[in-house]
Ligand binder design. Sequence first.
Ligand SMILES: *Cc1c(COP(=O)(O)O)cnc(C)c1O
Length: 488
Amino acid sequence: MPEYSPLAGGAEGPRALRPLLDTVLDALAEGAAARCGPLPAGGPEPVRRRLEAALGDPLPAEGAGEGPALRALVTALAEGSADPADPHCAAHLHCPPLAVAAAADLAASVLNPSLDSWDQAPAASALEARTAAALAALVHPRGPAPEALVTSGATEANLLGTLLARERLGHRLRVICGASAHHSVHRAAWLLGLHPPTVLPTPGGVLDPAAAHEALDRLDRLDPAPGDPLPALVVATAGTTDSGAIDPLPALADTVAAHRTHRPAVLHVDAAYGGPLLFSPARRGLLAGLDRADSVALDLHKLGWQPVAAGLLTVPDAPALAPLAHRTDYLNAEDDTEAGLPDLLGRSLRTTRRPDVLKVAVTLAALGTSGLAALIDATCEAAAELAALVDAEPRLRLRARPGISTVLFRPAGATDAEVAALRRRLLEGGRAVLGRARLDGTLWLKATLLNPHVQPSDLAALVKLVLDQLDGPARPGPRPDQPEGSPT
Ligand SMILES: *Cc1c(COP(=O)(O)O)cnc(C)c1O
């Protein structure tokens, strides 16, 4: 007989889980208190040492038991985490998940539905069908049959968008994107065996429709014969990773439409970051033209406060997804489909697939679109506030007003190397996690605000942390709550 190891599911599962969850929650609190900042101080080495001490032998012959293992490793992970719930953790599009979404995700782990066949996910597949279609209708309100696939993120959604374009228009497809497009667009072209994308300079930070127009015109010279045009995919971005800039979508949609008279062409919009602005009545105007895209990538694990992963690929018309259809007898036999069992295999390139839709559906049910809009608006307003603080500080230079919630700035007169070193010093001290972005040939500090509860005092403190690095010692000082020399 194996030693008793309770299962999570079934009627008895919750009883077994409850004390384990108490342990997890205590360990999370303890780890966060031990870290007392956005990032563990001291760089990679002390984190690695503490983690390895907590882990011990990663493949022990005899286990320590459930409680001790959970306590040791969850505490070490929490203590050694970059915590986006800390208002000074603002480097990346790395959001602090909502408690309600994390709680829903626990249920997904317990029930473990797998969305590759109906008999593994009867309710989860019904939930995904409804929620995905509703989200798609938000993106494509005029689409004949808006539909969405749940993805692991925009990397997968950009790959799927590119794949659908290739399947629709052929393997000679040429991809055209801006220099500010996400690197996953390049990987998608590489993975799909396409010609490397034509990259257009984006001097103003956005893709210029006139440049896209010229690039499409230039394809004329590559066409194998008159009347045999190479197909094209234009990839626009709604919220660039570096600066949150939104490409001029209506003009780009016009450009693609104008070329369609003589060349097969489609528009994919990578709205990984900006897409959720659709929830905000005050800000959805920034996404005008998004509904004219042939496919859209959108992440809810950025401006949607979901635990990773929560991505979507949306299309205005469900039949566009037909190329993904796939049949295998054990998951979606033809006679099963004919008998009425939903066929799920064409909803992803993955086979086993978590019900990431549950946390999304619970979040929407709990907050409503107005609740999400309030979080989005608060976050964008905080970014505007941070930008104003930076702008008012003579020792700092603001690059531009934030388009969404990304604030780029740098110390006035600093070299790129000084900017990079300043960022690393803040990381090393565990005081602030800022990102970096190279734009217009200059290196900027990047604050990507995604914490909707950030206070004006947090923003002022963040500016002060940066300024302190300018006057201050080359090495980070101790945190105010950690006397010098105390063990960390
Ligand atoms: C984050 C991001 C991606 C990648 O998305 P993942 O969810 O990390 O796979 C793609 N495009 C843009 C614009 C992004 O910001």
